[in-house]
Design a protein around this ligand. Structure first.
Ligand SMILES: [Zn+2]
Length: 278
């Protein structure tokens, strides 16, 4: 089974697909219907989520939030014809400008998504928006760093943060900005959420949040220092791309089930820092 369901609260379920780096889609059940945060990479996985959600709330999915434009969070939008799709202005712009091209490129590795239609967000906002469902309030906040259009969704009543890829096992900023990501992670620590739902992987419990986010910040600072030193000591680009992750402050494997992905993220980060400093 590629999609797993985890119950977090009476009105909150998380669906995770093992077919693409444990990508998460969260379902928030309201009396008006279900709100989904992120729509996975494979439309077939999203169809499965839609079926599972319907068993929990027969009204089905009415609203969708995309946390950023990357395909593994938006490609499943294609199966929804009449949902409201909410995202940052910039997310819609980036999907409109680059979506097709990225999809064609991605389809070379994942042929299943070939020909999938890019279904753009139809409600957008700039910086911050609030959604109200009876007594529940969701705050949508711009959190640049992983990508310029990234947002987090904060469920105020339960103090749960849906972080998209702003928080994943190893921070990834190849398409974003390292310094902005550090600032965003510090803001999240200051927010003191009780639970963080990551874009990929398992939720982070309250007692581990500060420690885990600080370790990610340490990595983001250290990778810059190490690449800078390596350029000064005239290490070649190839040698710099081989600097291991544990040299950058991440000691134990942050996701033993997906070590290759973690390595790929780290190599991309090294390449980005090198490009920025050169
Ligand atoms: Zn992702």
């Amino acid at each position: 089974m590629s999609v797993n369901e985890i119950k977090i609260a009476d009105n909150l379920y998380i669906y995770s697909s093992s077919r693409y780096h444990n990508i998460n889609s969260s379902a928030f059940l309201t009396r008006e219907g279900v709100l989904i945060i992120d729509t996975m990479l494979f439309p077939d996985d999203m169809k499965r989520v839609r079926r599972l959600v319907k068993l929990r709330e027969p009204k089905g999915i009415k609203d969708i939030i995309n946390t950023h434009y990357h395909l593994d969070h938006t490609c499943g939008n294609a199966i929804f014809n009449d949902a409201r799709i909410i995202a940052l202005d910039l997310c819609r712009d980036m999907m409109k400008r680059h979506g097709k091209e990225i999809l064609e490129e991605f389809a070379k590795v994942e042929p299943e998504i070939e020909g999938t239609e890019i279904n753009l967000p139809n409600i957008t906002f700039n910086k911050k928006a609030n959604l109200f469902f009876e007594d529940e309030e969701l705050e949508l906040i711009s959190t640049p760093g992983h990508s310029p259009d990234s947002i987090c969704v904060y469920w105020k009543n339960k103090e749960i943060l849906f972080a998209g890829d702003t928080v994943i096992p190893v921070p990834y900023f190849y398409y974003g900005n390292r310094e902005k990501l550090i600032k965003t992670l510090l803001d999240i620590i200051a927010l003191k959420p009780k639970l963080i739902i990551q874009g990929h992987g398992m939720p982070i419990q309250e007692e581990n949040i500060e420690k885990e986010l600080n370790s990610k910040i340490k990595y983001l600072k250290k990778i810059n220092e190490i690449v800078k030193e390596s350029i000064e000591t005239k290490l070649s680009k190839r040698e710099i791309h081989r600097i291991p992750i544990d040299k950058c402050g991440i000691e134990k494997d942050p996701d033993p089930d997906d070590s290759f992905w973690i390595r790929d993220i780290h190599i991309s980060n090294l390449a980005r820092v090198y490009r920025d400093l050169k």
